[in-house]
Design a protein around this ligand. Structure first.
Ligand SMILES: [Mn+2]
Length: 338
């Protein structure tokens, strides 16, 4: 009996927030990934099913491979001249898949600061110091996995569209069920999705076999910039605006290139400097084991967690590269480094 009562209360805070508000804007982190988009779509259909007025507004465009999830064309890209509700005070915001309000781009100053209230629903580490209303489970594989459990608890029937989005988010964030936070529960949820018609091969093809030829060209350009530091334990790749233009690819198609160097056992940190078409330089970092890259991002007003973090640089490439590499010095002190 006690067990049932405790379980029933698990999602009380977010369920109350949803129940108390009728006009809800959803957003997720900058350069939204599969879990961010999957979460937004699943939450969009769920909240509409219980009679809410819902909008999804993101700071950055999503990759084309996710378009099929958005059957209603519900995802809007923030722009200063977009059609905003007259009375923003009627609306609340739910932030998905990040617990850092500095990680939602232009949505922070233009929506978060104007809505009546907001709630963070996420699975990343580093949420201990979040002072606003939140529900964070850092041991969950993905935000989509948490949403499945939330909707189950709220007794919201899960449509096929929702299950497709949830399954895609889980596959994306678990690296197809292999990353450390993958649990038996993750598989049980995936099983339920598949039992209800989600096709694993179709989702795989959408996620990993739907890249454009121009994205291959971009990949080849970026990979050719690969440099090694600290005895070949740190890899740096660079993408400039010209690389995007010459390949004909989209900025967001460079998303997963940061993971390529990590396929080598020797590489402990992968750093990717990427410039967008407006000339804004972003530094993304991934690490293995005990190497913390989040502190570097935080020093530059960015965010993320221990093994995956990033920030926008206010310095030119040459300067920021030296600064970032210097900060990794404490992890690679053995002699013989190059
Ligand atoms: Mn996620």
């Amino acid at each position: 009996m006690k067990e049932t009562k405790r379980k029933k209360m698990r999602f009380q805070s977010i369920a109350d927030f949803i129940n108390e508000n009728d006009k809800i804007i959803l957003t997720a982190h900058e350069t939204p990934d599969g879990d961010a988009i999957g979460s937004e779509i699943a939450a969009y259909f769920a909240l509409r099913a219980i009679g809410k007025e819902v909008r999804i507004i993101n700071a950055d465009p999503m990759a084309e491979k996710y378009y099929f999830l958005d059957k209603d064309n519900a995802i809007e890209l923030y722009s200063p001249d977009m059609d905003m509700p007259e009375n923003m005070n009627d609306w609340v915001l739910i932030i998905l898949d990040t617990n850092d309000i500095n990680n939602i781009g232009t949505v922070k100053d233009n929506i978060l600061s104007k809505v009546r209230d907001f709630f963070i629903f996420d699975h990343h580490e580093g949420g201990d110091s979040v002072s606003s209303a939140n529900y964070i489970e850092s041991e969950a594989s993905s935000t989509c996995e948490m949403l499945y459990e939330l909707f189950t608890e709220m007794k919201i029937a899960m449509s096929f569209e929702m299950l497709v989005a949830i399954y895609l988010g889980i596959v994306y964030d678990t690296g197809s069920f292999i990353y450390p936070k993958t649990t038996a529960r993750t598989f049980a949820i995936a099983e339920d999705c598949v039992k209800n018609g989600v096709n694993p091969n179709f989702i795989y093809a959408k996620l990993y076999e739907s890249n454009s030829i121009s994205s291959l060209m971009l990949q080849s350009k970026v990979l050719s910039t690969l440099e090694f530091f600290y005895g070949k334990h740190v890899a740096v790749q660079t993408m400039l605006k010209e690389d995007i233009l010459e390949s004909g690819a989209l900025y967001e198609e460079a998303d997963s290139l940061i993971n390529i160097p990590l396929k080598s056992e020797d590489i402990k940190v992968s750093i990717f400097f990427k410039e967008n078409l407006e000339g804004i330089l972003r530094c993304s970092m991934r690490s293995k084991g005990n190497i913390d890259v989040a502190f570097i991002a935080q020093l530059h007003n960015g965010g993320g967690h221990k093994t995956a973090a990033g920030f926008k640089s206010k310095y030119p490439l040459d300067e920021i590269k030296v600064k970032v590499l210097d900060m990794l010095n404490k992890y690679f002190t053995q002699p013989g480094n190059d």
